[in-house]
Design a protein around this ligand. Structure first.
Ligand code: FAD
Length: 489
């Protein structure tokens, strides 16, 4: 695929990037052309330039960016408020350790939105819409353990090329807050009953390198982040309809163009919405929504709902304001970060020994497993010898929308006007704001006539000027044999 550069205009809360008037006219013309096409049981027709399915952190962000480009956008969600879906369970870790250069660039650009959050979601004086509260970004160093006898992780090459700040430290130079940690190599990650790789094996060598990103961190409240974006979108003129489920997506087969959709409210009443543009941001339900649109035939990459658990326990001694760090600890099979209330948050990195639980997103076990809680806390205790394992389990159960290569799909589809922001694979919360921007750039470019499948867009980040090559997120991409194959993406 070739690439084409698209320069994003300079951005501030007061001068939002405006879409080309020609593109806006084009979208509106398509909208009026669809107005004559109706099919199923409408009670009342509504019209929009674009409809976003899903008011999670990704859908709310896309809605904001489209509204700021002057489109009449409607965002629909079957739940009662923004961010009530899988977003609400996010660990909200912000880090830059991805296997592809575009993903590293995107996550670094994404950090700058969190740092500039108040400005990004500014609703402006006199808008009549206020934020009750804004999310906060807490900086906590991200550490990746490494050994000099292993090949360099791919993200290190990307860090060097892109200039992402990082430090490569060896044992003699380890920061004091890493000294209480057991840096031995326990891997590969094992289960308690594993006969081949005994869980309690005592390794005789240690990692001799730690790669540290001091700018990493996490966001205080992922659900509130989605609500901040939704509030900003409303201030920019977007509409939201909650408790409203999309049950049908219509297109005109002769023109291969989206014409609208049918929604059902809580009482079971259905109505039709006419629109030439539909964006699938339905999180773990996204593959069902793609199927509903009939847009799956040409997809080389797909996604499915994966059941995930996140565990909370009391922080080990020293894992505090001075001593806490975050880690994607593939060696023991968990990631961890500090959690408010002097706790540690622990979750799996999908080691090979663990079976993945692919589920129906409308019917899965929402009770935390006692055994998995114990196993994953014990895994963390290998790194933190003074971690106390609580007797009673605490945590949550949620779903990833996991793609088959753990990389999201931010793309158009085989149907004109139907777009996908899905397959977020447990690693796209950090990118929500920049995902909104690249999707809005994509939609306006494609609706303006650009052939993205033939010539993938390259979007320039507003804050960092970094190039994000969207072919990385194409539904048509081949599998990268050097990809992460874990939640690290
Ligand atoms: C346990 C967990 C931990 C994670 N940790 C991290 C992390 O540390 N860092 C990171 O960057 N990312 C992380 N992620 C990933 C990140 O949280 C997700 O990528 C992101 O929140 C997904 O947002 P979304 O808007 O795509 O989906 P969702 O928040 O799930 O939103 C989709 C919405 O679509 C709605 N919907 C679905 N179908 C329909 C329909 N037919 N009609 C109307 N509405 C519909 C749903 O109700 C839902 O509200 C984590 C995810 C999970 C689950």
């Amino acid at each position: 695929m070739n690439s084409q550069n698209v320069e994003a205009g300079p951005y501030s809360a007061d001068t939002h990037h405006q879409v080309d008037a020609h593109v806006l006219r084009q979208v509106r013309r398509s909208a009026s052309a669809t107005r004559t096409i109706t099919r199923t049981m409408p009670t009342m027709d509504q019209q929009a330039d674009a409809v976003v399915i899903g008011a999670g952190v990704i859908g709310s962000s896309i809605t904001l960016e489209l509204a700021r480009r002057g489109l009449n956008v409607l965002c629909l969600d079957k739940l009662p408020a923004a961010g009530y879906g899988s977003t609400s369970s996010s660990s909200a870790v912000v880090r830059f350790t991805y296997s592809t250069e575009s993903s590293v660039a995107m996550s670094w650009e994404g950090l700058h939105y969190w740092r500039d959050w108040a400005n990004h979601v500014s609703v402006g004086p006199g808008s009549g819409i206020d934020h009750d509260a804004l999310v906060e970004y807490s900086t906590v160093p991200m550490v990746m353990f490494h050994h000099s006898d292993e090949p360099e992780p791919p993200y290190l090459e990307h860090f060097k090329r892109l200039g992402i700040p990082h430090e490569v430290v060896s044992p003699g130079a380890l920061p004091s807050w890493l000294e209480s940690v057991d840096t031995r190599r326990f891997g590969p990650a094992a289960r308690l009953d594993d006969a081949d790789d005994p869980f309690w094996g005592e390794p005789d060598d240690s990692f001799d390198i730690a790669i540290v990103c001091a700018d990493a961190g996490f966001v205080s409240d992922p659900q509130l982040a989605a609500q901040n974006l939704a509030t900003a979108a409303m201030a920019a003129g977007a509409s939201f309809a909650f408790k409203t489920k999309v049950v049908e997506i219509n297109s005109d087969s002769s023109s291969n163009r989206i014409t609208g959709l049918v929604v059902e409210d809580e009482s079971g009443e259905r109505r039709r919405i006419q629109t030439p543009v539909v964006v699938n941001a339905a999180g773990p339900h996204s593959s069902g929504v793609n199927a509903m649109a009939g847009a799956v035939e040409d997809m080389a990459r797909t996604s499915r709902a994966l059941r995930r658990e996140v565990y909370i326990g009391p922080a080990p001694e020293g894992y505090d304001d001075q001593g806490a760090f975050m880690c994607g600890d593939l060696d023991i099979g968990v990631y961890y970060r500090p959690e408010k209330g002097d706790n540690i948050l622990v979750s799996s990195t999908e080691p090979e020994c663990d079976e993945l639980e692919w589920v129906d997103p409308d019917d899965y076990d929402t009770v935390l497993s006692e055994d998995e809680f114990q196993l994953n806390m014990l895994r963390a205790s290998r790194r933190f010898p003074n971690l106390a394992i609580p007797h009673s389990k605490r945590g949550l159960v949620s779903l990833y929308d996991a793609s088959d290569d753990w990389t999201p799909i931010y793309d158009r589809s085989m149907i004109d006007g139907f777009y996908m922001a899905c397959g977020s694979s447990g690693n796209q919360f950090k990118n929500a704001a920049i995902a909104g921007h690249i999707m809005a750039e994509l939609i306006t470019a494609v609706e303006g006539g650009h052939d993205h499948d033939a010539e993938a867009l390259v979007i320039t980040g507003r804050y960092t000027g970094m190039q994000i090559d969207m072919s990385t997120f194409s539904r048509l991409r081949p599998v990268d044999p050097d990809g992460a194959n874990t939640v690290l993406g």
